[in-house]
Design a protein around this ligand. Structure first.
Ligand code: TNX
Length: 540
């Protein structure tokens, strides 16, 4: 019952239990009313108990009480279940919310259902005390909704799944070569044209197979507002990503003047229908800068997050080398080469965002050619970028593809339905260490935390996303939240035995995870197309 994931810092078992009944109340102080609302709604639907809400904690006697304890750290909480009921205290509403997540786990898997299986069953929380706080303040999940669109309902569901795992940053990858997914009022063609493609490559880059069916969709401004508000109710920050200057073919298909028109006929480009690194990148012109300032202005209106992600990854420089316009810009700015031109492009948006009180974050390629002061880095090509950035005083989010790219297959077996060669097992994820040992304690303070990334080239629907995400996201959550020993000393067997209970929660939540024994018949997809198992990625 107390097989919690992620594992708490400390737990002391008592004897006895708190029974929740039709008389039990849910009482919260003013600062934690929002948490009480969330918890009440979740538990009422699962249990059928009325759990009447009140403001006076004394009224909670025998039930559930929530309140702030200013003596605790911002996301820290204490949960005490004893003869007087269950009391969850936190240093902030967020801390109480994470404590409420723990409480839900303590009630057993059926506490995750949307309707009671049996209205007469007993609900109880064992007597115990839990003291808990996260190791990192950035516990992220990136979802790529560009390669395969995930309708709004699915995104809200992922926010619920994140909350259940105490993850608190949703990195929303909204644009890419294969689709533009956010309505921008002043540039309507971005979604009119850029959100649909006529067909899709099935399998990975080298696959000869296609699905000849239009694919697309986008979020309206109100959809985005709803997603951001829903996340905020769950103490999750949404960090939007608009990828520039590479990964932009969908935008160029919509507005051909954004591309390198002196190198290719950009009017012939359509939203990309295959995977890989795309040569069609933005032109480094004033027109492009003004266009994207307009885009970011609307993005800032919708997303209150401190950080705004500008991508910056995988921007081939070939068109810039051949473009007279790009070369003229290099000369005019006195830059050494095309890498510095990319850096100039990113620095422009760094200054633009800083002037508006926000901070830029980008993939580690933004380090090449010099990084703007104050910018943060998502270190994806391994640790090196993150180490260099932290040493140079930049904040870092660690998301190396060698461990936390959940699009990579999770088992070398021939039945694995994922056409990507590299294997990242549940244990690999569990032994992921976000802070590289070579950093000094001072440098290590720049590691804001860790993030798992879900790129969706090979995940065409919900079930595929679930299959890739779980159970590995549970291991990742423990890495990001819990204070674990060094990778080699981590108790993976213990984690796996706690997972036995956690699979029950995931079942109740309807998560189509990869079963511990391997793919079920309907999950298999024969014909592995892609790079060989364990073949080295090209950039390592
Ligand atoms: C690299 S990670 C990419 C993505 C792909 C991913 C596939 C990053 C910044 N760029 O565009 O989807 O590999 O694993």
């Amino acid at each position: 019952m107390t097989e919690l994931i992620p594992a708490p810092r400390g737990a002391t078992a008592g004897s006895g239990e708190v029974r929740l009944t039709h008389h039990s109340r849910l009482c919260a102080d003013t600062a934690t009313q929002g948490v009480a609302h969330w918890l009440g709604a979740a538990l009422r639907q699962a249990t059928g108990l009325p759990l009447r809400e009140g403001r006076e904690l004394d009224d909670a006697e025998g039930g559930i009480g929530l309140r702030l304890d200013p003596g605790l750290g911002p996301e820290e909480y204490r949960l005490v279940s004893d003869g007087s009921g269950v009391l969850v205290e936190g240093g902030s509403a967020a801390g109480v919310f994470w404590g409420a997540q723990t409480l839900r786990q303590l009630l057993g898997p059926d506490a995750y259902r949307r309707a009671p299986l049996d209205r007469d069953r007993a609900w109880s929380v064992p007597h115990l005390t839990i003291e808990d706080a996260p190791r990192f303040r950035w516990r992220g999940l990136m979802l790529d909704v560009a390669r395969h669109f995930m309708p709004k309902e699915g995104v809200l569901r992922y926010l619920d799944l994140m909350a259940a795992h105490k993850l608190n940053v949703f990195h929303f990858h909204l644009t890419d070569d294969q689709g533009w997914r956010i309505e921008i009022e002043r540039h309507p063609r971005l979604t009119e044209i850029g959100s649909w493609r006529t067909r899709t490559k099935t399998g990975h880059r080298a696959s000869p197979l296609w699905e000849d069916k239009p694919h697309g969709g986008y979020y309206t401004r109100d959809d985005i507002r709803e997603i951001v508000a829903y996340a905020a109710e769950r103490h999750i920050t949404v960090v939007p990503e608009i990828d520039v200057p590479g990964h932009s073919q969908a935008a160029i298909a919509a507005y051909p003047e954004l591309g390198n028109t002196d190198v290719i006929d950009t009017t012939s480009l359509s939203v990309w229908d295959t995977w890989g690194i795309n040569p069609n990148v933005l032109a480094p012109t004033d027109n492009t800068l003004r266009f994207y300032e307009g885009v970011f202005e609307e993005v800032l209106e919708l997303f209150p997050s401190e950080f705004v992600h500008v991508g910056g990854d995988e921007c081939p420089k070939d068109q810039w080398r051949r473009s007279e316009t790009a070369q003229a810009r290099i000369r005019e700015l006195g830059l050494a080469d095309e890498d510095e031109l990319q850096s100039w492009f990113i620095k422009h948006f760094d200054a633009w965002l800083s002037a508006r009180g926000r901070r830029l974050i980008g993939w580690d390629e933004i380090l090449e050619g010099g990084l703007a002061e104050g910018a943060a880095v998502s270190s994806w090509r391994g640790y090196a970028g993150g180490v260099a950035a932290a040493r140079a005083g930049h904040d870092v989010v660690m998301c190396p593809e060698q461990q936390v790219y959940l699009d990579h297959r999770q088992d070398p077996g021939p039945e694995e339905p994922v056409p990507i060669g590299w294997v990242r097992t549940l244990e690999d994820v569990y032994r992921f260490e976000p802070v590289p040992p070579e950093l000094t304690p001072e440098e290590a303070r720049h590691v804001l935390g860790a993030q798992a990334n879900l790129w969706t080239e090979v995940m065409e629907d919900h079930a595929r996303v679930d299959y890739q995400a779980f159970p590995r996201l549970a291991a990742f959550a423990e890495v990001a939240w819990s204070t674990l020993p060094a990778p080699a000393e981590r108790d993976f067997a213990g984690f796996r035995s706690r997972m036995a209970a956690h699979y029950g929660r995931l079942d109740a939540l309807g998560v189509a995870y990869r079963p511990p024994t391997g793919p079920l018949p309907w999950q298999r997809r024969p014909g592995v197309l892609g790079r060989p198992v364990d073949g080295p990625p090209p950039h390592r």
